[in-house]
Unconditional design. Structure first.
Length: 307
C-alpha cells in the first residue's frame, strides 16, 4: 500500500520535549473546544499528528475526526495511504471535495499550463468547517516551512469569515493558550509549530511510523519546468516543448500533484532521507509551484483562510 517501516530507535531528549509539547496542545484542544477536527493531507506532518493524537488519548481512540480536503489531483499513493491509515487506527475520516465546490459554482476551475486546484481548497475548507461547526482545526504546519507560517501562534485565531490577521494575535506566555472566541469564529491549532523538518524525520525513525512511498526515491515520469520537477499526469497541462522523461526522484512534501515539486534523489531509506535533510540548503517547500506565484503567495492565501 505504499508504506515503509523502520525499526524504532532511541528517541533524542529534544524529541521527547517536542512530543510532550504537542501532546499537551492536543489535550488542550480537546479540553477547550467542542467540535475540533484534524486536517489530514496524507503528508508526513499530518501523519505524525495522527500518531501524536493516538498517544495523547490512549487507551481511547482519537476523539475528533480527520478532515481531508480532496483536490481530485492527489497522488494515488496518498489516497491509498490515507485509507490504510484510517483502517489501521480506527479514526473517523471526513472527506470534502474541491470538485463539489467547482460543480456548485462556489469556485472557478483555473485553466492553462500553470493552473492548480491548490488555492481552490480554501473555499472547500471554509465550507466544510462551517458545515461541521468546527471550532478548532488542527493542522501540521511548522514555523520553519515558510515565512508566513513562522508568524502563526500555536492557537491561531480566525474571524467569522475564516480569515487570519497576522497583526492581531494573542500572546502565548508560558504555553497558556486562550481559546476564547465569538460565535462563528474558530481557531487553527498547530501542535508542530516548533518542530523542524529534521525533527519530523527523526521522530518518524524513532517511533517507526509508516509513511507513503512518495517520500522515498523512485523512478517516475516528470516534467522539467524552470527549476521545478513536476509529476507527469493527466491533470498537468503541458507547455509547448515539454516532454515527460523518467527521473529518479522523491518528494520532500506532498500536496496537489500539479504544483508539488520533486527532487532528484537516491534516498531509498529513512537513514538516507535524514542525511539528505541534514545537508539540504533549500527549504522543503522551495519546489512548490503555488508558493512562487508571488513573494507573499502563502501569506495571501492564509489571510483568506488557507491551511
Amino acid at each position: 500500500m505504499g508504506i515503509s517501516l523502520l525499526q524504532p530507535v532511541q528517541k533524542h531528549e529534544h524529541l521527547r520535549q517536542l512530543e510532550s509539547e504537542a501532546i499537551y496542545t492536543l489535550r488542550e484542544v480537546a479540553g477547550q473546544f467542542e467540535r475540533p477536527a484534524l486536517l489530514f493531507s496524507g503528508g508526513k506532518d499530518s501523519i505524525v499528528l495522527v500518531h501524536l493524537a493516538q498517544k495523547a488519548f490512549a487507551p481511547g481512540g482519537i476523539p475528533f475526526p480527520l478532515l481531508h480536503i480532496d483536490t481530485g489531483h492527489n497522488f494515488e499513493e496518498t489516497i491509498e495511504f490515507r485509507d490504510e491509515l484510517v483502517r489501521r487506527t480506527g479514526a473517523t475520516l471526513l472527506v470534502r471535495y474541491v470538485q463539489d465546490s467547482i460543480d456548485s459554482g462556489r469556485v472557478r476551475e483555473e485553466t492553462g499550463p500553470y493552473s492548480s486546484r491548490n488555492g481552490l481548497q480554501t473555499v472547500t475548507l471554509l465550507d466544510a468547517l462551517s458545515e461541521l461547526k468546527t471550532d478548532a482545526a488542527i493542522g501540521g504546519a511548522r514555523r520553519d516551512e515558510e515565512k508566513a507560517r513562522s508568524k502563526e501562534r500555536v492557537f491561531s485565531h480566525r474571524d467569522v469569515f475564516g480569515q487570519w490577521d497576522p497583526k492581531n494575535q494573542r500572546p502565548e506566555l508560558w504555553n497558556i493558550y486562550n481559546g476564547s472566541k465569538n460565535p462563528g469564529e474558530h481557531f487553527r491549532v498547530f501542535p508542530l509549530s516548533n518542530w523542524t523538518e529534521l525533527d519530523i524525520w527523526q521522530y518518524i525513525v524513532s517511533e517507526g511510523i509508516p509513511i507513503p512511498s512518495l517520500y522515498f526515491s523512485h523512478v517516475r515520469k516528470v516534467i522539467q519546468r524552470s527549476d521545478v520537477l513536476l509529476a507527469d499526469s493527466e491533470f498537468l497541462a503541458k507547455l509547448p516543448g515539454e516532454v515527460p522523461e523518467l527521473r529518479r526522484i522523491r518528494f520532500r512534501t506532498v500536496g496537489d500533484s500539479t504544483c508539488t515539486g520533486a527532487i532528484e534523489s537516491n534516498a531509498s531509506s529513512l537513514e538516507d532521507i535524514l542525511s539528505e535533510v541534514i545537508s539540504a540548503r533549500v527549504t522543503e517547500r522551495s519546489g512548490r509551484a503555488d508558493d512562487r506565484r508571488s513573494d507573499a503567495a502563502m501569506e495571501d492565501r492564509k489571510r483568506q483562510g488557507y491551511f
